[in-house]
Design a protein. Structure first.
Length: 166
């Protein structure tokens, strides 16, 4: 089930990010989100609170527990806008207890359906493109194509897009 997210979900979403960071750290992959829990970073906590206060957060539940979160809306501030209407995946995270159960794909499919409901033909997302590029490949397996590489400081990213028929 995918439901609207809100302020009551802030702690659950921070727990999801913390589990994802711990998973990445355990594999020596600190380039994406660093090595410290999101829940201990006031700036990241505030960002999650802002998402929860808006209308773009959705929570996927499995076994009546929050399993993943997606946030859609306008592009992130470091991404150049495009000259057409779009829906942008601002964040996607899965609680690692639910890894491998299709939660991320379900949330991305929901975002594509939401774009179509809004009459928008372009869905975009950006992600970490460092290390072995596994995250970029994941989005490609979910129907996105590479659009443009970018950097935020030394952090390598990739913008991907998915064309839709509204």
């Amino acid at each position: 089930m995918i439901r609207d997210g809100g302020p009551r979900d802030v702690e659950a979403v921070l727990t999801m990010f913390d589990s994802a960071v711990a998973f990445l750290v355990s594999r020596g992959r600190t380039g994406q989100w660093g090595s410290l829990p999101f829940s201990g970073d006031p700036q990241r906590v505030e960002e999650v609170r802002q998402w929860a206060a808006g209308d773009g957060m959705r929570i996927a539940e499995l076994d009546d527990r929050p399993a993943g979160c997606i946030v859609v809306g306008p592009p992130n501030p470091y991404v150049a806008p495009v000259p057409e209407p779009e829906l942008y995946v601002r964040a996607l995270v899965i609680d690692q207890r639910f890894s491998g159960r299709g939660v991320g794909r379900a949330l991305l499919d929901w975002s594509a359906e939401e774009a179509v409901r809004r009459g928008v033909g372009l869905l975009r997302v950006d992600c970490y493109a460092g290390d072995d590029g596994r995250l970029v490949t994941y989005y490609e397996r979910c129907g996105f194509t590479r659009s443009m590489p970018f950097f935020v400081g030394a952090w390598p990213g990739m913008i991907l897009q998915r064309r839709l028929t509204p």
